[in-house]
Design a protein around this ligand. Structure first.
Ligand code: HEM
Length: 496
């Protein structure tokens, strides 16, 4: 059904129903609000909107600011792939120009234009993005995988002796920050304080500004150091790129990369681990070898994309999208979460998407995420190593007790408590070794590593993670391993 054409910037200013009325949650013009009572389950709301309006629906943001949300898979792709019609530069957004969006609007951090590639278009976008992608191209992916492995080993060492952990605060939020600090060239800044500051800044609590300043100070120090004396890291390559970024531009792009990578990858890790722990079919497939960890991560990117929506795209001219009449100056939410569930491409949501990477989690078009390989590598190697070390891991609460902190932009798992038999620490420089399990359990099927037995080596003491509380080290003898496999495994782990 093609929905009735609807204009966001038209003259319909019918006031919303009064509190107490069954239609409460609807705002002016009878439009649904993406905040307030309705926003508790945005997934349900998006499905109702799809039924009511089709692939593109009119909605209201805080302060009843009008916006379109794009629900269809094809329509989302059309939005991001048509820069001649839609831009990410919010300065042309009619409600902003007309003063409807106040400076203290809760979504202002997403909306306010900044001199970064995310908000730029045309030649300016190409100039900034060229510097970012060229700096990324210098990253040695094998050494990144090695760092991810080392940090994962260190993080698991911090809690493996206790038999309990919260995989959100002790794992998913730490690993991306550790890896990104290493990539940017400031591994010495990675500690509990930095993770806390990034989390706090993104949560928007009363201390958010202070926490944001803490992160920005570290990025400013790094920019000054590398401007004076470049090294072989992401920051130095960004500074020395012929695009000639100013210090401000360098700092702003470091912030963009650090926060985008941290938030999205922490969500991806937490979502994928939650799926493994709570969905028996998923776990059985991993255990039985019908699915590898990278495939599990890809399924998670389909079902729960780390960014539910991206703020925002703005119409440069009158257009038509999904049967709706879009006016010049209208705002549109690019929405991977409902777009990935579009019944036209997924009539059966329980069907596996194995081998199909056409989800919207990384966006598309000129702004498509340039860091997706790094995000995937952190999730693949991190989850793989964690499950190899703790194969008996189980959820330590009822599934219904899991809580999310949801906003229009994303949905974060608050905590993921797990329990397992306490395990000894392992050498962070070696691949993770599965520990012997009770006879009825089988090991995880984890990518190409799964069938390779782990090495039986004398362990060196595990290197402590900065800021971590050390636990007593232990060793457990591993089963005897064929030497060829050991050598191959070590070479893979070291990125040789
Ligand atoms: C699972 C992890 C990640 C996900 C799901 C993700 C997703 C996204 C999405 C949806 C966008 C916006 C596309 C748009 O504006 O239409 C984006 C942009 C971006 N991401 Fe990622 N991202 C991830 C990891 C990373 C990492 C690890 C880095 C850096 C190392 C990174 C750097 C960026 C940058 C610089 C942009 C802006 C690109 C531009 O506007 O031209 N992301 N990402």
């Amino acid at each position: 059904m093609t929905p009735e054409p609807h204009s966001l910037t038209g003259t319909d200013i019918t006031p919303g129903p009064p509190p107490g009325c069954p239609a409460h949650g609807l705002g002016p013009g009878g439009l649904h609000r993406l905040y307030g009572p309705d926003s508790e389950d945005l997934g349900d709301l998006y499905e109702r909107l799809r039924e009511q309006h089709g692939a593109v629906a009119p909605v209201l943001l805080h302060d009843d600011v009008p916006m379109w949300v794009v629900l269809g898979h094809a329509e989302n792709l059309q939005l991001v792939r048509t820069p001649s019609q839609y831009t990410r530069d919010s300065r042309i957004w009619t409600p902003l120009q007309e003063g409807m969006v106040k400076p203290d609007h809760p979504l202002m951090p997403h909306i306010a234009w900044q001199p970064i590639c995310s908000h730029a278009e045309g030649d300016e976008h190409q100039r900034l993005r060229a510097a970012v992608t060229a700096a990324m191209a210098t990253i040695d992916h094998r050494s990144v995988r090695r760092h991810i492995g080392r940090y994962t080993q260190g993080l698991v060492n911090d809690f493996c002796g206790r038999g309990r952990a919260d995989l959100v605060s002790q794992f998913a939020e730490h690993l991306p920050m550790a890896v990104m600090c290493e990539i940017l060239g400031m591994s010495e800044e990675y500690n509990d304080r930095m993770v806390h500051a990034a989390r706090d800044a993104l949560k928007g609590t009363e201390t958010a500004i202070q926490s944001h300043t803490y992160v920005m100070d570290a990025l400013s120090r790094l920019t000054t150091r590398r401007r004076a004396r470049p090294e072989d890291d992401f920051t130095s390559h960004l500074i020395t790129h012929p695009a000639g970024l100013s210090d401000d531009e360098v700092r702003e792009h470091l912030r963009l990369v650090l926060f985008a990578a941290y938030e999205a990858t922490a969500n991806l890790l937490a979502n994928a681990l939650r799926m493994v722990l709570t969905e028996p079919g998923f776990r059985a497939q991993l255990n039985g070898g019908q699915m590898t960890v990278p495939e599990a991560i890809e399924q998670s990117l389909w079902d729960e994309p780390p960014f539910s929506t991206v703020f925002g795209y703005y119409a440069k001219q009158d257009a038509e999208l999904g049967g709706q009449r879009i006016r010049k100056g209208d705002g549109l939410l690019f929405a991977p979460a409902p777009g990935n569930l579009d019944p036209r491409i997924r009539p059966d949501l329980s069907a596996s998407m194995q081998g199909n990477r056409s989800h919207l989690a990384f966006g598309g078009g000129p702004h498509e995420c340039p860091g997706q390989d790094i995000g995937r590598a952190i999730a693949d190697v991190g989850v793989d190593a964690l499950l190899t070390r703790l194969p008996d891991i189980q959820l330590d609460c009822a599934e219904e007790e899991l809580r999310w902190r949801a906003s229009i932009a994303s949905r974060h798992l608050v905590a993921l408590p797990v329990r397992f038999e306490p395990k000894p620490q392992q050498d962070v420089d070696l691949p993770p070794r599965p520990m012997p399990l009770p006879p009825q359990r089988s090991n995880w099927q984890v990518g190409s590593l799964s069938s390779d037995p782990a090495p039986a080596t004398q362990q060196r003491p595990a290197a402590p993670r900065p800021g971590a509380v050390p636990e007593p080290a232990g060793t457990a003898p591993g089963p005897a391993r064929p030497r060829g496999v050991l050598r191959r495994l070590l070479r893979w782990w070291r990125g040789e």
